[in-house]
Write a protein that binds this ligand. Sequence first.
Ligand code: MRU
Length: 362
Amino acid sequence: MLVSGKSFRTIWMSDEATVRIIDQRRLPWSFDLLDLHTVAGVAHAICDMAVRGAGLIGAAAGYGMVLASREAATMDELELLAASLVQTRPTAVNLNWAVQRQLAVIRAGSFDQRVEVARREADRIANEDAAACESIGRHGLEIIRRIAASKPGQVVNILTHCNAGWLAFVDHGSATAPIYAAHAAGIPIHVWVDETRPRNQGARLTAWELGQQGVPHTIIADNTGGHLMQHGLADLVITGADRVTRCGDVANKIGTYLKALAARDNDVPFYVALPSSTFDATLRDGVREIPIEQRDAGEVTHMEGMAADGRLQTVQITSAGSPAVNYGFDVTPARLITSLITEQGVCAADEAAILAMHPGLG
Ligand code: MRU
């Protein structure tokens, strides 16, 4: 996608030993690239959210395994490095999916060829992610087209939560892919962007990337969505996902569930966009089974922003001494979801429909 009119992906190898990423901790104030040379560096970038979002975490893990292959002298060492990547963040299933995919192709070949094999597979993982998101855009476009046709001459208002944009993937994004496709098709759209406390991925990242592509949008405080829906100001919701069970329960950024409840109460369709790499076919009941990451309480008690003099500053926004807790994700039960949008098409959030459209999930 475009940054100041120039096309970028979120991750690539700038040479055989260097993974280059966009440092998302500095956006929207500063667009910086960061070079990662070690597995520990990739793991730190994932933990610290320099790279984040399910698809991009998967791609970063894929490239991290290229560096792991360079560092490891034996298969045992490689497996230890793989484990160090897997334990960085628990909820997004793409992380483990990409690491296991790399281990499988490396084990299937000669250990001497591990670096070349891992590099080819990492590029495949990244390219597939970008292609899947593009395809999600094509399928989601038809949904927006239908809603636009039902209100001729009026703007279609789409609400989204967190950042399921191209910054959270390799390109295009999941929830944003239909938005970008509709904008490119000339459908008049406007996006309500949930700020998404505590890390503000909506206010900082989604708003920035929509602005870079020229998509009309407005940032709202997290609790605004219900009010907008009651007053007919949101025609549909599209969110991303970090893990989806075989029965269609969706783990996504904390606060997603409340938006789904408000959408159901107001008959606003609620869509979840995901590449099929985000399904976890081993799980059925998302509320009971999906591990929910708890992050540092400091992300709740403190906020980062840019001061008038252009310096990045962190300030405390809570009463000193009051405890805080920071659940990173919640689970939206399948019954609240209108449809899932994947690279294969649009399907109901239930086991039969998911498996019929994605037979590889088994
Ligand atoms: O904690 P993050 O920023 O990695 O959160 C993950 C997300 O980006 C969102 O939950 C998003 O909606 C999922 S789509 C990749």
